[in-house]
Each structure stands twice: as C-alpha cells, then as structure tokens.
Design a protein around this ligand. Structure first.
Ligand code: ADP
Ligand code: MG
Length: 615
C-alpha cells in the first residue's frame, strides 16, 4: 500500500518535472512552421547557438562562480577545427568531394571536443591560483590570443579571408529549417548532458565551491580539480557549438567572432539567471529575437552598435529591479526522490562508521606532537602535544584567543602547522589539505555555521557523501543505473542521519530557511555524512539556549556511542564538563592541563589562568 503510494507520488513528481522541458521542446519543434519565413528560422537557429553558448558559460560563471571573459575562444577553436579539417585538409588537401564527407562530421565533433577541452584545461590551470581581477584579465587575454592567432595564422585559418565552402549541416538539404533542426538536436543533447551533470556529485561540487570553497574541500572535494573540470566542460560545450556554427554558416572568418561576443554571452547568462538551468536558455532566446527585431529599427540601422548598448542597458536595469535574472527556479542538485520517510529503516544503523581494524577502546587514533603555528609574530600554538583515544569525547577549553580554533584548523588541514607532526590511525597528516583530511576520516564543523545556504538540507548532506559518490563524468552525463543507485542509497543514509540529529521532515528545505539550532544540526549531519571516525566540533552550542544546549549534549554523546570520536570546543563549562571524558585546556597556545573533568575542575593552574580572569 505504502509502496504503491510512493510509486505513484514518484511518477507524479517525474511528470511534473518534465512538463517544462517537454513544453519547451514541443515549442521548439513546431517553431519553424510558425515563424514567418526563412529569415526568422535562421534567427531561431542562431538563438539556439547562443542558448548552447550561454548554457556552457553558465557552468563556469553560474554554477562554479568562476569568471571567464574570453569564453568565445573555445567557440572559435571548435569552428576552426571543423573548417580546417573538412575544407583545408579533406577537400582542398586530399581532394574529397564535400558531399561525401558526412562521416567526417562526428570526427570533427570529437576532435573539437578534445581540443577545446584541452584549451579549457590550459586556461583553467593558471587561473586556479589567480583570483578576482587577475582571473578576469587572464581569461580575457587568452580569448584575445586565440582570436589573434586565428587572424594571423594565415596558412591554417585563411587569415582575414577565413574559410569558405564549409559543407552544410544537413547534407541532404541546406534549407534553414533542416539546419535549425540539426542545431536543435545539438542543444537538446547539451542541455540533457548538463542537467545530468548538475544533478550529480559533479554539479554539487561545483555549486559547493561557488558557495564556500573551504567547506567544499573539508567535505573531501578536490576543489582545484573540479574548477579545472568546470573549465573543461564549459569549453567543450563551446567547442561543439563552434562546429555546428561553422557548418551552419558554411563560412567563417575572424569577423564571425568579436571581443564583444564574450560580453554578450556573459550578459545573456546574467540576464536569464546565472546558476539556474533555464536562465541561459531564456536569456539567449529573448535577446537574439529582440536583436533581430531591432535590426529593422531606423536608429539601429544607422548605429548597429546600439544593439549592444541596449543589451548593456537592459542588464543594468534588470540587475536593479530583478537582481537574480529573469529565471529564478533554483537548480535541483540531485535526482534522488523526495519521498515521505518510510519507517522500515528505523532499526537501520543511523551512523555508518567504517571501522578501522585497530580501533579498540582507548587506543590512540589521533596523535599530535609538538605542533606550533605562528601568524606573523603571533604564536597561536606553541608545541601542542595531545592525543585522542578511541571512544572518547575530548573537550577543548581555554579563554578567547587561546588557540582552540587554530588547533582545529591545523588538525583539519585548513591551516598548515608551522612545525610539528600529526598522525591519524598511523597515517601522517602533516602536509594534508582539507580534502585529504576528510578522506582520512576526520570531519569538522565551524565556529560560525557554514552551510551551503542556497542548497536544500538534503543537498547539503549529499555533498558530505561526495567521497563515495564521485565518479566519471560520462557516467553522470549518461545517468548510468549504477550511479543513480549509489545516489539513492546516499539519500537514504542522509534521511536516516537527519532523523538521528532530529531534523526528520526538513530535507527539502533550503538551508538558509532553518532556524539557528537547525542549521547547527544540519552542519553536524553533513559532517557525519562523510562517515568520519573523528568529528571536530567548534563551539556547536554557541548562541543556543539552555534546553537546546542540553539536547545538543545528548546528541554528541549518541555520536560517540555510535563509534565516532569527538573533539569538542565549548565555552559553556557545564556542557563541556558534562559530556567530556577528558578535557584539554589551552592557554596562549600552550597545553595547560589534560585530564578528567574532575582533575580539570580542581587544577590550580586552570583555575588561575581560565577562571581566575573572571574572578
Ligand atoms: P580561540 O578559538 O581559542 O578563541 P583562535 O585559535 O581563533 O582562538 O585564535 C588564537 C590566536 O591566533 C588569536 O590571537 C587570533 O587573533 C590569532 N589568529 C587566529 N587565526 C589567525 C589568522 N588567520 N591570522 C592571524 N591571526 C590569527
Ligand atoms: Mg575559536
């Protein structure tokens, strides 16, 4: 009965999700018959080219938050790849008849994909280190280099004259309508592929990087790798679009691509709604048709540059009245179904801990030896030596500025230690970054809550599962059953965890819509989704009232009982004394005391340094 109901709900959900794509696809299919004449069919085909370009750039700008002012370079690379291969090599060089070259088109596509993605990697690599303005200038420069090469490498590209007689897209006929349908197929394939990637660990990693790069890496995401991947995917989309464009126009020269196009495509992404799925589609379609209509206006005929001016004006006005762009529908970053909680999972272990064979109660897991950290002249940590035994909740206390957060940052790979050694389960973490520490089995929360605010609670948790869901890009694009199954399993695990932390019905809510306590709990659940064996909590009860604090203490004990060791920084002495098996006191970066709560309570050094300041 229940199963039937869920299945029906799922089918209903799927149908609802497909309404917009199906209606738009139907509209796109009948469009050539509705439009008045071939000129407008050509406009529609051009709109599709811009839809593809804007969707590709959206991967960079909208999803991952990376700027690219030279995006058209990849489009140029794709267009010239097919033009040179087809016309220069096979027709002019090898004497093939253009109408026999139908088999060469897929070859061009693959080659353009490889070359543009390689170019994406080349531009992406150095920009990983640069930020903001530098990044903008570098991408702009790269775009110009590609354009200038296309003008000046005359032997290859035909220089300013360009390359003519490129075979049309549909070999049977070169009518605008059949060209339009060929481009439409490309756009549909690209959009379906992008949608598949977005609702996968890859898309979530991109959005996580945009929202909070540090937290993304503390979830085990290798952020540099995913930024590079974003450049490569964005570039590949532009490269493929370039191939279609060259065959659609049957002619390319450097004038086909201007510096201005970079800004136009970027404007269309922003206009439509950066970081949404349909935004770039809507922005590009509206603009290209508007531009075609405006072409007949007297003022635009006299001053063609007005068109771009109008676009700039529209973008500025829109940014004031509707800052997010035209489309606001947020991206769904998972396809795992939102099902009503089923209660047959009740006795399933809520916390899945991968047990290490050496883990016995009391055995030292984390060992910290003589760790120091200086900031300029300030010694935040001075020769800290400590350990965590399996089965322990270790409280970390000390006055403000004692170095507690710094110690947690060093342990979690956020801040490298200046000197000293750290090992976890026998594995050295001396040089490990956040992502490696997460992979090693240590998770953390932050002193100020840091969630991915624009994601749902479920999506936040699924980012935590990144390490076991990550895989090959084509597997996500093709939505292989195996990846879908892994994602569903992770969603079930997330649901169990949410119940465990007391947030049963909140999986579909946006993280930012939760109250403060809820946000803290999501942050803990997200950390637990990485299946850590050690959890580091930085003042999780800060800002909570007394009853919330008590509930949190109970949760922390349940986490330890489930097999996850805990390091807890806390200001609330009662909470700390109540839950900790052992307490380490830091003061001015030095370990002042290390013992049971009883020992700490009566330690004269602690009383003097910590409590004495209050007295
Ligand atoms: P606690 O968490 O115990 O209150 P912190 O670890 O945050 O203390 O800070 C310890 C000392 O290190 C403070 O004096 C703080 O100002 C300094 N500090 C922490 N992080 C940085 C940083 N990134 N740059 C410079 N100084 C820092
Ligand atoms: Mg702190």
């Amino acid at each position: 009965m229940d199963i039937q109901k869920t299945t029906r709900a799922q089918i209903g959900g799927t149908a609802r999700r497909l309404v917009v794509p199906l209606v738009l696809a139907a509209a796109a299919i009948v469009l050539p018959f509705v439009l008045p004449g071939d000129r407008w069919v050509r406009v529609a085909a051009l709109a599709l080219i811009y839809v593809a370009l804007a969707s590709g750039l959206n991967i960079l700008v909208g999803l991952t938050g990376l700027l690219d002012l030279g995006y058209i370079a990849f489009f140029i690379i794709g267009a010239y790849t097919t033009a040179v291969l087809t016309v220069k090599l096979f027709v002019d060089g090898l004497g093939f008849d253009p109408s026999d070259l139908w088999w060469l088109f897929p070859v061009s596509l693959v080659l353009a994909l490889v070359l543009s993605a390689a170019a994406g990697a080349i531009i992406g690599y150095p920009t990983l280190r640069a930020r903001g303005d530098y990044l903008a200038i570098m991408t702009l420069a790269f775009g110009e280099i590609v354009r200038i090469v296309s003008i000046n490498w005359v032997d290859l590209t035909g220089g300013a004259v360009g390359i003519r007689s490129i075979p049309p897209l549909s070999l049977g006929s070169s009518s605008p309508t059949s060209t339009y349908y060929a481009v439409l197929i490309m756009v549909v394939v690209i959009l379906v592929a992008v949608a598949g990637l977005v609702a996968s660990p890859v898309g979530r990693a991109w959005v996580a990087i945009r929202e909070d790069e540090l937290v993304a890496s503390s979830m085990g995401i290798k952020t540099k790798r995913y930024k590079l991947l974003a450049y490569m995917c964005g570039a590949a989309v532009a490269g493929i679009t370039g191939v279609f464009f060259a065959h659609m126009q049957q002619f390319i020269n450097p004038d086909s691509f201007t510096l201005e196009d970079n800004f136009i495509v970027l404007s269309l992404v922003i206009l439509g709604g950066a970081g949404t799925f349909w935004g770039p589609v809507v922005g590009a379609t509206l603009w290209i048709f508007f531009q075609a209509i405006a072409r007949d206006w007297a003022i635009v005929q006299e001053h063609p540059e007005f068109r771009t001016g109008i676009l700039a004006l529209i973008v500025i006005v829109l940014m004031i009245v509707r800052p997010g762009g035209i489309v606001r529908r947020r991206l769904r970053l998972t396809r795992a179904r939102h099902t009503a909680p089923s209660h047959d999972g009740d006795d399933a272990t809520p916390l899945l801990v991968d047990h290490h064979p050496t883990r016995q109660p009391g055995v030292r897991t984390l060992e910290v030896h003589e760790v120091s950290r200086t900031f300029g002249g300030l010694k935040a940590l001075r020769g800290v030596t400590m350990h965590i035994g399996h089965g322990e909740i270790v409280g970390l206390m000390g006055p403000n500025g004692a170095g507690k957060s710094t110690l947690l940052n060093v342990l979690s790979g956020v801040t490298p230690a200046s000197s000293g050694r750290i090992s976890f389960e026998g594995r050295s973490l001396d040089r490990a970054g956040s992502a490696e520490v997460s992979e090693a089995g240590i998770a953390r929360t932050f002193q100020t809550v840091r969630l991915f605010w624009d994601m749902t609670v479920m999506e936040n948790l699924l980012v935590g599962a990144h390490g076991r869901l990550k895989g090959w890009v084509p597997a996500f694009v093709l939505r292989l059953p195996k990846t879908a199954k892994a994602e569903r399993a992770a969603a079930v695990e997330a649901r169990n965890l949410l119940r465990f932390v007391g947030l049963d019905d909140r999986e579909g809510d946006l993280a930012k819509s939760l109250d403060y306590e809820g946000q803290r709990r999501v942050e803990i659940a997200r950390a637990l989704m990485t299946r850590p064996r050690l959890l580091l909590l930085d003042e999780p009860a800060a800002g909570m009232n007394e009853s919330e604090t008590h509930a949190l203490a109970a949760l922390i004990v349940r986490i330890r009982d489930a097999g996850v060791d805990v390091v807890l920084i806390e200001h609330d002495m009662d909470l700390l004394m109540g839950v900790s098996d052992r307490i380490i006191v830091l003061d001015h970066g030095v370990v002042l005391a290390d013992g049971t709560p009883e020992q700490i309570r009566t330690n004269p050094l602690v009383l003097e340094a910590y409590l004495g300041s209050d007295a």
